[in-house]
Design a protein around this ligand. Structure first.
Ligand code: UTP
Ligand code: MG
Length: 567
């Protein structure tokens, strides 16, 4: 909970103001039964209408005052709790944005979404509840007991017996109930996880027709959730009636006793009525404490999960954007790399090469050879475990990642498009790009033709992840996004796989005209055959380096790939 406190502290003035109103509101609540008893005893019983009117007027004032306080407090607490939620969500969002690739790899997307949505909502409800109960419940509890003593010490003594009994029953129900509520929360998380996974892969499920398996998986977690929820609510279902029964029995017993006292003239009817009211206030405040405690348990679990994001220390790219500072030369010096949390087997072993600025490096190798892993070290998505990756002569371990990434345009193997227009998606590469620049980039990426063929052209809305585009169209928009960036280094990770050879040739020609340093991963020999620098990767090691002619002579792996693609 400690990492949540700073967020509350931002609103401490408002929170204390709410507490002050809460105090006044509870004070009004405590006065009312007392006034009622006077109205009955001094007014109604004596037949004194002026007293009834005077005290009735007072009661009206107290009620209005209490209502005014309640409304003000409610406005403050809603504002504070929602603002708190917005602050927290924004912080988490920005925080996740700064996560290193290693930190992101450790977590499931579903878990991150739960933290941003459900967990913050739990904390918001607790914050709101806290401002309703913190002062009010103890004040009503002790105030009502005190007022009853003032009213009549005998009735006060009854309360001293009854209240601990009810409190004990509540305590037992909490003890029994809360582990079950925590389990219910866990089951809910699991159920959400299954659901999210299903929704994100629903196309695959339909394609393979594995709906039955998915239903079964969902059914298991869903049934588990229902079972724990039933158990947890059963505790409340059993204990609350018992508690009400105990409270009511106490009332009956009091009434029975009071009958004699009133007859003897030791007590007035109004006092008994007031006592009943206080008794109700006490059970109500105990119930509120119970509810808020329940919220607290959930909020604590949520705070713990939110803390997982707040306390992550594996961050990158904090701070503002810097302009590009790096030259285009890339060199790897005896690089060995293991994925964080990926066991001990390195995916890159002792990789070395040097690519001068302005030249193109082709990387070729079988699937799983480590090509993607290799290029991800260039923008410092990960750092090498041994050796050094240098960009523009500076080791990525010491680089300012913002500046470094500003000098690189990276088209990932699975490039993502976002909901928005085509122009917006291309503009991601350079936020201040003009329409001309966007068109130039799209032309170079051979995308202009199909974009302008659609009626809305660059303003066509692409659905989430680019659902309304073909694979090759998506890839070309991804390339246009990289080209508009005008970066010193362009990394293309197998991103023309869905484009025909002719179009690929045209794209490569226009890239060569702009001539930044290019790192091109490909599966096709034809894409690299004319390059001066070709790196052949095999199981994380450099199997060969050179141009086509020399590799055909010296590198068996290259020869094999070449032969397999001859036909
Ligand atoms: P790569 O993703 O670098 O291979 O994974 P690649 O050469 O680009 O393959 P294709 O052509 O795109 O298919 C290299 C190794 O790294 C591991 C994989 O198990 C693979 O064997 N790996 C990859 C991880 O351990 N974690 C990851 O996040 C990604
Ligand atoms: Mg790859």
């Amino acid at each position: 909970m400690s990492h949540i406190i700073p967020y509350w502290r931002r609103y401490q003035r408002l929170i204390f103001t709410a507490f002050a109103f809460l105090f006044l509101e509870s004070f009004g609540d405590l006065l009312q039964p007392m006034i009622v008893s006077r109205i009955i005893d001094q007014g109604v019983m004596e037949g004194a209408l002026p007293v009834v009117l005077r005290l009735g007027g007072l009661m009206l004032l107290v009620t209005l005052f209490g209502a005014g306080c309640a409304v003000t407090r409610c406005i403050i607490s809603s504002r504070v709790s929602q603002q708190f939620g917005a602050d927290l969500r924004l912080d988490l969002y920005q925080r996740i944005n700064c996560f290193s690739f290693g930190a992101l790899g450790k977590r499931e997307t579903a878990a991150l979404i739960t933290r941003m949505t459900n967990d913050t909502s739990q904390l918001v409800s607790f914050t709101h509840g806290m401002m309703r109960v913190f002062v009010r419940s103890p004040m009503l509890l002790f105030g009502a007991i005190t007022m009853t003593f003032v009213l009549n010490p005998r009735l006060g003594i009854i309360l001293l017996v009854v209240v601990p009994l009810i409190a004990l029953l509540m305590y037992i129900s909490m003890k029994v109930g809360f582990p079950l509520f925590s389990k219910m929360q866990e089951a809910l998380d699991r159920n959400n996880g299954v659901l999210r996974e299903y929704l994100s892969g629903v196309r695959v499920v339909k394609a393979y027709n594995t709906f039955d398996q998915e239903v079964e998986r969902f059914d298991v977690s869903n049934t588990e959730l229902a079972a724990t929820a039933i158990k947890a609510t059963r505790v409340v279902g059993v204990f609350f009636p018992i508690i009400s029964f105990a409270a009511n029995m106490a009332l009956v017993a009091t009434l029975w006793l009071a009958r004699g006292w009133v007859a003897d003239g030791q007590m007035y009817v109004g006092q008994v009525v007031a006592f009943l009211n206080y008794m109700m206030q006490i059970t109500m405040s105990l119930r509120m404490i119970f509810n808020v405690y329940q919220m607290f348990i959930r909020a604590k679990a949520s705070a713990h999960r939110v803390g997982d994001i707040i306390n992550e220390e594996d961050l990158q790219g904090l701070g503002g954007h810097s302009s590009s500072l790096y030259g285009g030369a890339v060199s790897f010096e005896n690089v060995t790399f293991v994925y964080p949390g990926g066991g001990n087997e390195p995916v890159l072993k002792d990789v070395s090469f040097e690519l001068p600025s302005g030249e193109t490096l082709g990387i070729i190798g079988s699937t799983g050879a480590g090509k993607t892993s290799l290029v991800q070290l260039i923008p410092a998505f990960y750092l090498p475990d041994l050796g050094e990756v240098k960009v523009g002569g500076i080791s990525t371990s010491y680089a300012d990642v913002n500046a470094l990434r500003a000098s690189i345009a990276y088209v990932a193997q699975q490039n993502t498009l976002f909901y928005g227009t085509i122009a917006d998606n291309i503009r991601m590469g350079k936020p201040d790009a003009t329409m001309e620049e966007i068109e130039v980039a799209a032309k170079a990426a051979q995308a202009h033709e199909f974009i302008s063929a659609s009626p809305e052209g660059y303003e066509t809305i692409i659905g989430q992840k680019g659902v309304n585009l073909s694979g090759g169209q998506k890839q070309r928009i991804g390339i246009a996004r990289a080209l508009v960036r005008d970066a010193q280094i362009l990394i293309l990770d197998d991103c023309v796989s869905a484009v025909d050879v002719e179009t690929e040739g045209a794209i490569m020609r226009s890239i060569n005209m702009v001539s930044p340093t290019v790192v091109l991963i490909t599966q096709r020999i034809s894409s690299v055959i004319n390059l001066r620098h070709i790196l052949v990767l095999e199981a994380g090691r450099v199997a060969g380096y050179g141009n086509h002619a020399s590799l055909i002579e010296t590198c068996d792996v290259y020869k094999e790939i070449y032969n397999s693609q001859l036909i």
